[in-house]
Design a protein around this ligand. Sequence first.
Ligand code: LLP
Length: 413
Amino acid sequence: MEQFQYQQGSLACEGVALSEIAATYGTPVYVYSERSIRERFEALEQAYASVPHLVCYAMKANDNLSIVRLLAGLGAGADIVSGGELFRARRAGVPADRIVFAGVGKSRAEIAQAIDEDVLLLNVESMDELDAISEVARQKGRVARVAARVNPDVDPHTHPYISTGLRKNKFGVPADRVIEVYRRARDDQYLHPLGIQMHIGSQLVHVQPIADAVERLVELVHRLRVEGVDLHYVDVGGGLGIRYRDEEPEGPTDLAAKILPAIRELGVTLLCEPGRYIVGASGALLTRVLYRKENGAKKFVVVDAAMNDLIRPSLYDAYHEIRSVRQCDGEEIVDVVGPICESGDFFAHDRLLPGVQPGDLLAIMSAGAYGFAMASNYNARPRPAEVMVSGTQHRLIRRRETYQDLLRAEEGL
Ligand code: LLP
């Protein structure tokens, strides 16, 4: 259910008016619906309920501790891509045996950290990396559980920057080299090959490419059994899309219908790594209109959020719906832009909006995933606050950064 709805002419998140959030915490501010996060997670749980499974939340989408803690409490694990994410996952209470570690370039320090913490699986992307994991495990006298990330060479039909499962992408071990990697792991006393993983891309509107890739993984699991490698985990990655504009994305039930029969027959535990699906539509970026201006025929609405707060429009030309918090009359075509000194600093070009005025609030929708997580301090702008709404309650889950925060890593230097 959509948790951002108009109530008496004013946009609200669950039972809290966004105008109240802005008045309490200032703008720009990220606002999340706890109910939406719960519902989306539960939808995944239900879809996969008929097989042993673990939903490993892809923390890169939004690693706020309160959000990760909420999901951990619901039974989620974590999909991490760095030592920093491992640190945050453990801080948020995710048990190590529910953490899978992905990434094409893990450093030896990160591998050591993962082995010390004893994470469930290290997803390996190359023979070189497997050697590094073996070496670190040997030094520690420990056995590392590993999975190969397979590059299944399947086209996910998504934006090229977030497409990862084609041969030309840097990710994964090509399907024809996978057996070699497992033989190497099988014959190494410091490695325990226990899983197989893939992730072909993000914001997929159709699940068939994922199902096609899973089919390749299933074949590999059968072939590996003949080789004496008995895998217990099949990890199908993340990638389920959400609606930003007018997409009608297929969801976890559609994917489950296609892949669960094979997973059940293999007798393995299903792992998945959704990020955007859980938090994307559960969050919005709330910003205030500063000025209106016109350059010839072009109209601009200048807001107090900028590309440093939400970079997706600038980086991927991504579409985010923009709603006026106050339901108002009039229609006009405008560009919605931020205060940063480059033309790439925009949230929408030639967008039809109601006639908003300085002081009005706008909500940039579906900003819960890869929003705050990709925010920066560009132009020495403190990063925004984050607020969690639950029913009629709201609470700060990250305070707005201060000027002092901007100096912290340089203090005394
Ligand atoms: N697993 C792996 C190995 C990944 O690389 C990713 C995302 C995920 C899971 C989670 O994918 P999701 O379920 O969220 O689609 N910044 C971009 C998205 C980058 C995704 C990178 N990998 C954006 O704003 O669209």
